[in-house]
Design a protein around this ligand. Sequence first.
Ligand code: NAD
Length: 438
Amino acid sequence: MKIVMVGSGYVGLVSGACFADFGHEVVCVDKQDSKIAALKRGEIPIFEPGLSELVRSNAAAGRLTFTTDLAGPVSKADAVFIAVGTPSRRGDGFADLSYVYAASREIAQALDGYTVIVTKSTVPVGTGDEVERIVRELRPDAEFAVVSNPEFLREGAAIEDFKRPDRIVIGAEDERARALMAEVYRPLYLNSAPILNTSRRTAELTKYAANAFLATKITFINEMADLCEQVGANVQDVARGMGLDNRIGAKFLHAGPGYGGSCFPKDTLALIKTAQDYGTPARIVETVAAVNDQRKRAMGRKVVAACGGSVRGKTIAVLGLTFKPNTDDMRDAPSIAIVTALQDGGATVRAFDPEGMEQARATLPAGVVYCSDAYECVAGADAAVIVTEWNIFRALDLDRVRQAMAAPVLIDLRNVYRPEQVRAKGFTYLDVGRGSQP
Ligand code: NAD
């Protein structure tokens, strides 16, 4: 099948490369000349494990190409996926659909023969109807259908998630489009991935409901962690005790500094807005978003408390900046609020991340001292904070860390160490919800 991906970011590039790997003929389109030029040279503009090899092999096989010209490939396509960003709109937090609608208009102009337009971007319920209206208005003659196929991949494990998904959700309003989508995903039937055929609106809402539920799970265990700290209980054991119940499940029950990333913060806000607009407020999700927001700065205060109540004039080392390991994505990372809170308190922040330094420089406030590894980062620091649980921070040489620091204070916001292990090395150690007071 001939497939076009409009938008070659985390989702578009991974989906495009995986579809090519299934044997489809895929063209990845992007507006950013530099991104397409890099891809043509064989350079991958984002960090995602395994993506470089997958892109290279499929490009070499001639199944995966890159261009800034949308019209040519769209005119020949069976399916055109929209995988552009849907960030939070300034002011009200609703999804900014301007990129989706702009892409829809460009696609409309280029349609030639029956084409299925698929929204893979996360879009509020009803967006598919609007895309259909836009295309129909511009091209009353065109033969097309608009389908919703939300993407559930996780950055850091994106290829595995795309190729072995828990489910594929396809929201279509007509049988011809559904049959074409079945053909697009046919290679995955062999892996017996459940395909959920729904209405378009149902598919759109399913994505938001799933993300909001996961955000709720994280926020729930974070609140339990706070309670654990007060009552002297251990949140990891509480989570294990809860998670072994099949009705609950063990995943997304890791206490930490609050959720971040390119999806949960914006998708919870967009769902809240949609629910308000339809007169059925999503009170639980509203609370989750508010609690999570407060938590990120509270983590900054936790560091301040560990430093004796003030960080003025002190140096704090921040280990890990991306919103989770194995990605370079800094969008809405908890590190942003934590670094800001520390700087507001008068601290000098030194920082290191294995893959996120470039994006961090563009995202974090000015004044951060960027370091080339963990040991350089902690040099002379009055406290070190693990914000993102990259593997290399799980196995630090603690003797070397202590010797490099001005004061041996470690705040472990991801609970990667055992308290007794760190304390035995002479550290003052603080974690999240395990009753480890400094
Ligand atoms: P991204 O910002 O990494 O990529 C979007 C790309 O689209 C950019 O490269 C941009 O230049 C390009 N673009 C914008 N308008 C365009 C146009 N008219 N023509 C061609 N290219 C255009 O975003 P992303 O993280 O890939 O997310 C895309 C969508 O997928 C969002 O709706 C997001 O919520 C959703 N999603 C993301 C993830 C994730 O983990 N990142 C997971 C599931 C769903």
